[in-house]
Design a protein around this ligand. Structure first.
Ligand SMILES: [Zn+2]
Ligand SMILES: [Zn+2]
Length: 170
């Protein structure tokens, strides 16, 4: 898991790591995030001169999402860089600087899974399309119009037929 041993990191000053997170990892549960294959996370954590922990991550994988029009699965290459700074809160409990993330003074591990997941959710495209000219599903019979044509007519029935039908039913 994406967890760093803090006493070791503080001893060594910095550490590079590479972790593959499987597509069925509990980290991705309960969100909109789905992946095809492992998500590879390469990172480097460094203890700064003032005691903050600076973490850079490079995340690479293939995201799977549903086309908003035809509902087919779309594979989207994902390559993203992230940057986090963790610091101990001051006496008031506040962490100085808005993009700093709190780190308990007695923490033994630094958990990166949650911040990674949060960042990915924030930056993922909500609406994806399999291609720019995706024809979508027929609203009447539901066929995928990229693959099939159907006989459904999108135009309103000719009102003159109503008159004819009325005659017939008399
Ligand atoms: Zn589509
Ligand atoms: Zn149709």
């Amino acid at each position: 898991m994406l967890r760093l041993d803090l006493p070791r990191l503080e001893r060594e000053g910095s550490r590079s790591f590479e972790i593959a997170v499987a597509p069925d990892d509990p980290l991705w549960e309960g969100g909109d995030l789905r992946f095809d294959g492992d998500v590879v996370v390469r990172g480097r954590a460094t203890v700064s001169g003032t005691g903050e922990i600076v973490v850079r991550l490079e995340v690479e994988g293939t995201r799977v999402a549903e086309c908003r029009r035809c509902l087919e699965a779309v594979r989207i290459p994902l390559k993203q860089e992230m940057f986090f700074v963790f610091a101990e809160p001051d006496e008031s409990g506040a962490v100085e600087g808005s993009d700093l993330r709190p780190l308990a003074a007695d923490a033994m591990t630094l958990e990166l899974g949650d911040v990674l997941r949060e960042e990915l959710i924030l930056s993922t495209e909500r609406w994806v399309e399999c291609r720019d000219d995706c024809a979508g599903l027929c609203p009447l019979c539901g066929v995928n119009r990229n693959e099939q044509t159907c006989d459904c007519s999108p135009v309103e029935p000719d009102p003159r037929w109503d008159a004819l039908r009325a005659l017939k039913s008399e």
